[in-house]
Design a protein around this ligand. Structure first.
Ligand code: UD1
Ligand code: MG
Length: 456
């Protein structure tokens, strides 16, 4: 395959976003619009990317650290042809050039490949789409042989042309040589006084070139973002696609319109995900997993047959097979839960390794801790890992039982099958097989009289 030079236009101000942030840095599925376009472009082998920036140039550049991407500035926005002109010095002589837009984020690799494949000797390609309401778009003008002859912008179109429903998406592909030759010929003699890239089509025709049209699989691929309403609409459309991919790969969703994925999600089969769950970063889910409503999972690995009950938050963690979590569990970074573990309501874990079959069922904080297998942590147990300056570790052996409301002051080790009496505050290690009790002895006062209510 020839080399491909991808020019991405991203200089526009995006006034209608009503935002200090450059438009192309607004996000869909947690990733900036421009990053979506760059990722799609990455799928093309032997490609280099040239991003044309203008408004918020520096901010846009600073958001991307990529060696395969060149940023060029268009100091004044004089039109789409002028924008592409800024990229001309960077084009490789024999490359095929693909023009994309930083605010049209959902274009797919398949469409880009089809566009490139259609470029050949004396032929360029143009991505067009039929819209019920073509208002605002450049119209595709075809001749009697149904060949594309020109694009006419809305503001320059006559009443007949305004009836045309096939519109220009803006995406086009052609040889670098042709672009270098034709672009300087474009003038700004039109209703908007801009240099229109769309004039390339009529120029190509006048040079005896054919214009091959390609259609995207779905119209969302070519929809642009001009305001926050459109941003949210594309977000939903994209989320629905992600939800459908997940369902087709064997995971049931209670409601695909109440599912959100911001990153990579891989899942086995026969999983069930209830409403309003959000998956961020890199998440993998095994098979036979049940996730209740309102769960938030970030950068984590969930094993097989795990049950995650409502309102559980999991971040940077590994969850072993058959574990049961929540409702209302908070699994913080560095948590590794073994197989058949249980972490119940209002339990917070952080940097905690929890061995197979261990249980922390209610209202606990377990941080900087290592628990063996078959441990039972009673309700309200706290590892006091922080002395105000440093963090310290708690180590708990296999089969240990920690009674409710215990305070484990780290550094602390409880050896295998140690037993901590409820309500203890531990500052010393516990030998194996022994009972640790650390609480004031109970005193009963017989015949004690309750206070009586004072007369006013
Ligand atoms: C353009 C097309 C129109 C097409 C529509 C699809 C032209 C003349 N018209 O119209 O046929 O139907 O897109 O959405 O090309 N940009 C720059 N520098 C500039 C001008 C624009 O970088 O000087 C960028 C903008 O940031 C934007 C894109 O190019 O991402 C399109 O520009 P815009 O002004 O929105 O063009 P339209 O009038 O929508
Ligand atoms: Mg536009």
């Amino acid at each position: 395959m020839n080399s491909t030079d991808i020019v991405i236009l991203a200089a526009g101000k995006g006034t209608r976003m009503q935002s200090a942030l450059p438009k192309v840095l607004h996000k869909i599925a947690g990733k900036s619009l421009l990053a979506h376009v760059l990722d799609a472009a990455d799928s093309l082998p032997n490609s280099q990317k040239i991003v044309v920036t203008g408004h918020g140039s520096q901010q846009v550049r600073d958001s991307f650290v990529r060696s395969d991407c060149t940023f060029v500035e268009q100091p004044q926005q004089l039109g789409t042809a002028h924008a592409v002109q800024m990229a001309l010095p960077h084009l490789r002589e024999n490359a095929t050039v693909l023009i994309l837009y930083g605010d049209v984020p959902l274009i797919t690799p398949a469409t880009l490949k089809a566009m490139l494949n259609a470029v050949c000797d004396r032929q360029i390609s143009l991505l067009t789409v039929n819209l019920q309401n073509p208002m605002g778009y450049g119209r595709i003008v075809r001749n009697q042989e149904s060949e594309i002859d020109a694009i006419v912008e809305q503001k320059d179109a006559n009443p007949d042309q305004l009836e045309i429903t096939e519109v220009n998406t803006g995406v086009l592909a052609l040889g670098a040589k042709q672009l270098q030759a034709w672009l300087p010929l474009i003038d700004n003699n039109n209703a908007q006084g801009e240099y229109y890239l769309t004039d390339l089509i009529a120029l190509a025709r006048s040079q005896g070139y054919r214009v091959q049209s390609i259609q995207p699989k779905s119209a969302t691929e070519v929809e642009g973002v001009n305001n926050r309403v459109q941003l949210s609409q594309l977000e939903r459309a994209h989320q629905l696609e992600l939800a459908e991919q997940l369902m087709l790969s064997g995971t049931s969703l209670a409601d695909p319109s109440r599912f959100d994925q911001r990153g990579q999600l891989t899942a086995g089969s026969d999983n069930y995900i209830d409403v309003n769950c959000l998956f961020e970063g890199d998440v993998s889910i095994g098979s036979g997993v049940h996730i209740g409503p309102n769960c938030h999972v970030t950068n984590s690995r969930i094993g097989d047959a795990v049950v995650i009950k409502a309102n559980t938050v999991i971040e940077d963690a590994v969850i072993g097979d058959h574990a049961v979590l929540g409702p209302f569990a908070r699994i913080r970074p560095g948590t590794v839960l073994g197989k058949n573990t249980k972490v119940g309501n209002f339990v917070e874990t952080k940097k905690a390794y929890v061995g197979d079959g261990s249980k922390i069922n209610h209202l606990s904080y377990i941080g900087d801790a290592e628990l063996g297998a078959g441990v039972n942590i009673g309700a309200g147990t706290i590892t006091c890992n922080y002395d105000g300056v440093n963090k310290h570790k708690t180590t708990i052996g296999d089969g240990v039982f920690v009674g409710s409301n215990s305070t484990l002051i780290a550094p602390l080790t409880i050896l295998d099958r140690g037993f901590v009496a409820a309500g203890s505050t531990l500052t010393q290690n516990v030998p194996s097989e022994s009972l640790a009790v650390s609480r004031t002895k109970q005193r009963n006062i017989e015949g004690w009289k309750r206070p009586t209510k004072k007369e006013d």
